[in-house]
Design a protein around this ligand. Structure first.
Ligand code: PMP
Length: 298
């Protein structure tokens, strides 16, 4: 395994960043998680666009332009797939504020640190895709956009981690987070969908969510499959009365939910969740960029 740090590749054991890095000291940075399926990178453009968007919002200048970074990601993936003899992988792309002093002023940081890790990921065992995840509704709220916008995929995940700890104590795999008005936003690392009367519904971005690449893919898939889909505000009663509930994320893909706060979801996995899940691999292969040439399918 070779890790990219600021232009150089290091073996795993030697891949280290400074303790003065403000990513470490303050969680000052942004990141992406991206999947590689059959030597093709799924929605690389969308992930890079979100990375540059997040970086821009926190005033962090990624020291590579878009095309340069895209070639670097493909090259690092190629090196690792070859070395490990992998077809599939997970890419973690991190841009932190870089090395500074102990104060939090970003002007003291020399330049951003860029790290690319290519590894395997299996977020949930296979049985969860068949039987579903148990989730709780967390007592930790998702911060609103005027506190820390959930649209920024930043290195500040403490809020989500607290909700995840709450889920762990309740023997649940995920936690649903509400916004300050009590509307459903998303889970700690996944977006949420419900199905009611054959309509797929997911909360709109303005309630305070990360606009997931998988979420957008599921909305597309519904349209392709002629399944009605809406972005609409969801509250606790809508969630508790849903016919089906599922979560989406780069790591988890599309995963059904079996219980919310100990109450069984009507169908798990439901027919619509299954239809979308079944279609997902075709969609993925269409929207992926081969790592071995410059051709982009999109
Ligand atoms: N919400 C949060 C808080 C996340 O961290 C993630 C990414 N794991 C998602 C949603 C899903 O986004 P994506 O589909 O782009 O991975």
């Amino acid at each position: 395994m070779k890790i990219f740090i600021d232009g150089k590749l290091y073996p795993k054991e030697e891949a280290k960043v400074s303790v003065w890095d403000h990513g470490f000291l303050y969680g000052d940075g942004v990141f992406e998680g991206i999947r590689v399926y059959s030597k093709k990178i799924f929605k690389l453009n969308e992930h890079l666009e979100r990375l540059y968007y997040s970086a821009k919002v926190i005033d962090l200048n990624i020291p590579y332009d878009y095309q340069e970074l895209k070639s670097i990601v493909k090259e690092v993936v190629r090196v690792n797939l070859e070395e490990e003899n992998w077809e599939d992988a997970y890419i973690r792309l991190v841009a932190s504020r870089g090395v500074g002093d102990l104060g939090l002023d970003p002007r003291k940081c020399l330049k951003p640190t860029v790290v690319i890790i290519v590894d395997k990921i299996q977020l949930y065992p296979k049985e969860y895709y068949e039987k579903g995840l148990k989730v709780i509704i967390s007592s930790f709220r998702r911060p609103s956009a005027d506190i820390l916008s959930p649209r920024i995929k930043s290195l500040n995940y403490l809020n989500n981690i607290l909700a995840k700890i709450e889920a762990n104590y309740a023997n649940c795999q995920e936690a649903v987070m509400l916004n300050s008005q009590g509307y459903i936003t998303e889970c700690t690392a996944d977006n949420i969908f419900i199905v009611k009367n054959d309509i797929v519904i997911t909360p709109p971005p303005y309630v305070g969510i990360l606009e997931g690449v998988t979420r957008a893919s599921v909305i597309d898939i519904c349209k392709e499959l002629n399944i009605k889909v809406k972005e609409e505000v969801i509250d606790i009663k809508d969630l508790m009365n849903a016919d089906e509930v599922f979560l989406t994320g780069t790591g988890a893909e599309i995963i059904p939910v079996s219980e919310v706060n100990g109450k069984k979801v009507r169908y798990c996995p439901g027919d619509i969740t299954n239809k979308i899940r079944k279609y997902f691999p075709n969609y993925v292969s269409f929207w992926s960029t081969p790592v071995y040439d410059e051709e982009t399918v999109k």
